[in-house]
Ligand binder design. Structure first.
Ligand code: GUN
Length: 292
């Protein structure tokens, strides 16, 4: 079994971007600037945003976090988004999700300038992806495509099963992998909560991508010998024997499936670190839209 090391691959990608940024700065240009908007104090969101800020700075980006109170009105958040759209010092920004219940997420996403939408969540960018025009790809699917590419995993003509149809992972990935492109040309099936007899599908799959957020959903009896498993799930489970009291696991039972798989991502250290690396790559791309 070949371990798909997302942690190392993400570090490689960050090094590549860092090299480009240092060249730009040497030429007297300003560095790219990423802004993250964080509303409220959801612990997971705070962790993600802190990592995004830290890693952006580490590769030489300017990085700003706008921390807004969870009571902010939708109108005021829309005002912030409008300001970011106009601010020429900002190349790209993200609004960390989920947002508090009184704010319509889709309305906020729709207000983001598609040229600064480095999360790739705006319908304009999703539409560009669909017709294969240049735009921003959502970071997690983009990261999975990059792992497939860097590990030379053959996808052409393969049976790919994507478990989960979220707008952030499953749905965009199903489009990318069925397209005529590197990492594509696959026969893609999307399974979700209404799917019947999922085991029949998993047993036929050459490549399984799980993105549903259910700890150890995929077990070894559900996969065939030589399967490729890419696990985009991050689930917290109780672990009283650890200092933190919890442990992060994926949607797939790594310990047992790894004995049958040809390639597999671990959790943590698989897909997760790739998401931020691809966000940074998108931000460099946004910078290039205005700076060259
Ligand atoms: N919440 C969970 N993942 C993401 C992400 O990739 N971007 C944003 N903005 N929010 C998220």
């Amino acid at each position: 079994m070949i371990l798909i090391d997302g942690k190392q691959t993400a570090a490689d990608i960050r090094e590549e971007i860092k090299g480009e940024v240092s060249e730009l700065v040497k030429q007297g240009k300003r560095p790219p600037h990423l802004v993250a908007v964080l509303v409220g104090n959801d612990p997971a969101s705070m962790t993600y945003v802190n990592s995004k800020e830290r890693l952006a700075k580490k590769i030489g980006f300017d990085s700003t976090v706008l921390r807004l109170d969870e009571t902010i009105s939708e109108a005021d958040l829309l005002k912030t988004v409008d300001e970011l759209n106009r601010d020429e010092s900002v190349d790209g920004y993200i609004v960390q999700l989920p947002l508090p219940a009184h704010i319509d997420e889709q309305k906020i996403i729709m207000a983001i300038d598609p040229d600064k939408d480095v999360d790739g969540f705006h319908p304009v960018n999703l539409g560009k992806m669909l017709v294969q025009l240049p735009g921003f790809l959502p970071a997690t699917p983009y990261g999975i495509m990059e792992l497939i590419k860097r590990y030379n995993i053959e996808t052409s003509g393969k049976n790919v099963l994507i478990v989960g149809r979220s707008l952030i992972v499953g749905r965009p990935l199903s489009i990318l992998m069925s397209q005529k492109r590197e990492g594509g040309n696959a026969t893609v099936t999307v399974a979700h909560s209404r799917t019947k007899n999922i085991k029949e599908l998993t047993l036929k799959a050459d490549i399984i991508i799980t993105a549903l957020g259910k700890a150890h959903f995929l077990t070894a009896d559900m996969v065939k010998e030589g399967v490729v498993v890419i696990d985009a799930g991050i689930n917290s489970i109780d672990a009283p024997d650890t200092k933190r009291g919890y442990r992060l696991v994926g949607d797939a039972d790594f310990e047992n499936i790894s004995k049958k798989a040809s390639f597999m991502t671990p959790v943590p250290g698989g897909v997760g670190p790739m998401t931020i690396a691809m966000l940074l790559k998108n931000t460099l791309q946004a910078y290039k839209l205005v700076e060259s």
